[in-house]
Design a protein around this ligand. Structure first.
Ligand SMILES: C[S@@+](CC[C@H](N)C(=O)[O-])C[C@H]1O[C@@H](n2cnc3c(N)ncnc32)[C@H](O)[C@@H]1O
Length: 276
């Protein structure tokens, strides 16, 4: 029953195209009509409706905590995780004069964490609702939130020093990932950096072809709602990046970057590449 309710909520907020959680037009329209504290309250409530944004009800409320108090606490936890991602994973690749893209920024937590350390960030996402939440929750002077479909109108070709993407590539099919690489190549300067957080295949993170061969109703629904996550081998990344004009400099284990062993992190990697 609660799964059916989840599906109903996601469907109401879905935008057009794949993976477009909170992408429905009514989401930014609704948030834009609110004032003051109500905006943050509703941005958090809306994010908690989506399976993408981690405020997903799997963490539990404390004692007599209200839902809004709970969501505010989770907001602080997520912001802390994104500070750690900057410090331990992204910081070696970004400099104070860099103009960068956060590709698949969602509600902007990583962009907010990175913003004090770079000159300017274009925070791109396909979801207008996530972008609207990002402006409210994580707006910063040097961060511009941009719909990825309109990015070429806003971002100068060859004008970007580095592009990072966290927890995004694993949600993309090969076709969409290749489009992303083409866009990155257009935006980056010669020698510009591409830093991708990626997932290797394991028991949970199947490859795209494994997911596609799942003919069950659940498997089909996952494709319809974009709930699948894809693992790819290091060799596959090597081939795909090389084909699109990038040279991989290094592939780091997330466990060693974070200095802890953990089941989720164990098959995650950070790829750093340059535009050839
Ligand atoms: C799991 S969220 C990660 C958000 C953020 N990077 C973070 O770590 O907090 C994945 C995001 O990728 C975005 N996304 C998916 N496909 C995309 C595409 N083709 N172009 C841009 N963003 C995309 C989704 O809308 C979603 O906001």
């Amino acid at each position: 029953m609660s799964r059916t309710f989840d599906l109903l909520k996601w469907t109401l907020a879905l935008g057009s195209g794949d993976q477009n959680f909170l992408g429905a037009k009514w989401v930014p329209g609704f948030l834009g009509r609110l004032k003051g504290d109500s905006q943050k309250k509703w941005a958090l409530r809306l994010l908690s409706m989506s399976p993408h944004y981690f405020i997903d009800g799997t963490s539990s409320k404390l004692g007599d905590e209200t839902t809004d108090e709970f969501l505010n606490r989770v907001f602080d936890v997520i912001a802390g995780t994104r500070d750690e991602i900057y410090e331990k994973a992204l910081s070696p690749y970004l400099g104070e004069n860099d103009i960068v893209i956060d590709y698949g920024c969602g509600p902007g937590f990583v962009a907010a964490a990175v913003s004090p350390y770079v000159k300017r960030i274009f925070a791109l996402d396909i979801s207008d609702g996530a972008l609207a939440c990002g402006k409210i929750l994580n707006g910063r002077e040097n961060v511009g939130f941009v719909n990825a479909r309109e990015a070429t109108d806003v971002i100068p070709a060859g004008g970007i020093d580095a592009i990072y993407s966290y927890a995004v590539v694993q949600h993309m099919t090969d076709e969409v990932f290749r489009e992303m690489l083409d866009n990155c190549r257009t935006f980056l300067v010669e020698g510009g950096k591409l830093i991708l957080h990626v997932q290797l295949p394991d028991e949970v993170w199947k490859t795209e072809s494994e997911w596609r061969s799942d003919a069950t109703a659940k498997g089909k629904l996952k494709f319809k709602y974009g709930l699948h996550c894809f693992g790819r081998t290091a060799e596959t990344f090597q081939e795909m990046l090389s084909e699109k004009g990038f040279d991989i400099i290094e592939i780091k284990e997330m466990e060693s970057l974070f200095g802890r062993s953990d089941k989720e992190l164990s098959s995650q990697r950070l790829i750093a590449a340059t535009k050839r």
